[in-house]
Design a protein around this ligand. Structure first.
Ligand code: CO8
Length: 262
């Protein structure tokens, strides 16, 4: 089935088993305002709790930008006390709790907060015209939505430092070579490719995919020893699932598995 919901600056489309969130401020190159953040987080949680959705795509409207950063107009005259009191952009943390896999389909500029939102996704695919950067220092601020923490893990210290300290941008090809994105496709193939990937995820067992995603996240958050223990426990727990029985039975019977998320 197909449902399209327009919020103020973000649209949400459900086309089972895929839920798509589109940042829809093309005139501001999809800059993420507080309102946009709230709508993206809200839509992500809604899709995470919708049974017919098995994977989530986040993209930007138009063919120029995924998101050219947090909204500079909104931040320009902000005071520290105001940022602190209204917990400016704190809500992004909630994306961490989304169980379903999130694919960022980066269709142009992913700068500042845009690059950071892409890195909050589980898989990034990019169009050939995409570019990635953390130009915050040129505006007199530093990245504030994970850029200094995530980028170093994705592209290594030297390249991360050059991007964060000098505002250097990576082209789509450089981002692929650095391991920041998993693949680059022509612009007109970006969404079809994202949908293909999401549909592939949709055919698998949702609880198993959620466990695998959770374990990979642990690698960011804990020591190797604790991460390995966590993975071991999660692996063992797969044997409580009917989907494990079905998956292995289907292999032995040389047929496609039919997972029921149980
Ligand atoms: N915010 C608001 N408006 C923007 C933004 C933005 N980030 N980016 C572009 N726009 C607007 C422009 O102001 C312009 O609007 P208007 O037509 O009304 O003047 C419109 O989008 C089109 O932009 P340009 O005319 O500049 O388009 P160009 O093709 O010439 O340039 C660029 C494209 C290179 C992407 C350019 O727009 C640019 O440099 N944008 C800013 C990129 C940037 O610096 N991003 C980082 C922002 S800071 C940030 O993200 C901090 C995040 C951390 C927050 C965490 C808090 C806890």
């Amino acid at each position: 089935f197909l449902v399209q919901v327009m919020r103020a600056v973000v649209s949400m489309k459900i086309d089972s088993p895929v839920g798509k969130i589109t940042i829809a401020r093309p005139k501001a190159l999809n800059a993420v305002s507080m309102e946009a953040m709230q709508e993206i987080v809200h839509a992500s949680h809604h899709l995470d709790r919708t049974d017919d959705v098995k994977a989530i795509i986040i993209t930007g409207e138009g063919n120029k930008a995924f998101a050219a950063g947090a909204d500079i107009k909104e931040m320009a005259s902000q005071q520290y006390s105001e940022a602190y009191k209204r917990r400016f952009m704190e809500g992004w943390r909630e994306l961490r709790d989304v169980r379903k896999p999130i694919i960022a389909a980066v269709n142009g500029y992913a700068l500042g907060g845009g690059c950071e939102v892409a890195m909050m996704a589980d898989i990034i695919i990019a169009s050939e015209n995409a570019s990635f950067g953390q130009p915050e220092v040129t505006l007199g601020v530093i990245p504030g939505m994970g850029g200094t923490q995530r980028l170093i893990r994705e592209v290594g210290k030297s390249r991360a430092m050059e991007m964060i300290l000098c505002g250097r941008r990576l082209s789509a090809a450089e981002a692929e070579q650095a391991g920041l994105v998993s693949r680059v496709v022509p612009q007109d193939q970006l969404l079809p490719e994202a949908y293909r990937l999401a549909a592939k995820l949709g055919a698998l067992s949702a609880p198993v995919i959620a466990k695998a995603k959770d374990c990979v996240h642990r690698a960011y958050e804990t020591s190797l020893a604790e991460g390995l223990r966590y993975e071991q426990r999660e692996f063992w727990s797969c044997f409580a699932l009917e989907d494990q029985k079905e998956g292995m039975r289907a292999f032995l019977e040389k047929r496609e598995p039919h997972f029921t998320d149980s």
